[in-house]
Design a protein. Structure first.
Length: 158
């Protein structure tokens, strides 16, 4: 049985307010995670993520999301991978949570994606899907760790 959650933690050499913007603002999100992003940043807000060149699988993808939590600058959460025309909830979607904690001039980012056990997919398909998401988060978080510090330097240069 595959695990129900993916957990990652990284230290980013940028202040928490900078990382918050990088994780929640569409112009920043498309630099490290997607090719395009639409996001209504409020609890209950909708969003759409689009991947083409930044797709971690071999094909383009679109994901609809529903914002669950916006607690600047420490917590952002959304649900995705829910059936079309359904309200996302704990029984039909994945929950992605970003938690940010200041550590001096740096930020510890913790990502948890959970709910794989509720997805209506055969076990072997689900196991591959979890593997794809693990690989994807590793790649995207590495990009985030490189991108966020450049935003700090760009702000300082102005």
């Amino acid at each position: 049985m595959p695990a129900d959650r993916i957990e990652r933690e990284i230290l980013i050499e940028a202040p928490v307010d900078v990382v918050w913007g990088v994780v929640t603002e569409p112009d920043h999100i498309k630099q490290w995670f997607t090719d395009a992003t639409e996001l209504d940043l409020r609890p209950g807000g909708a969003g759409t993520l689009f991947w083409d060149e930044k797709a971690t699988c071999a094909e383009s993808a679109t994901a609809h999301l529903r914002v669950e939590a916006v607690e600047p600058p420490h917590r952002f959460a959304f649900r995705w991978d829910f059936p079309q025309d359904a309200e996302p909830g704990p029984d039909n979607s994945l929950l992605v949570e970003f938690t940010l904690v200041a550590e001096g001039d740096s930020t510890r980012l913790r990502l948890v994606e959970s709910g794989f056990d509720v997805l209506d997919r055969p076990a072997d398909t689900k196991a591959r899907y979890i593997d794809d998401h693990e690989h994807g988060w590793d790649l995207h978080l590495a990009r985030l760790r490189e991108y966020a510090p450049r935003q700090t330097r760009a702000s300082a240069a102005r």
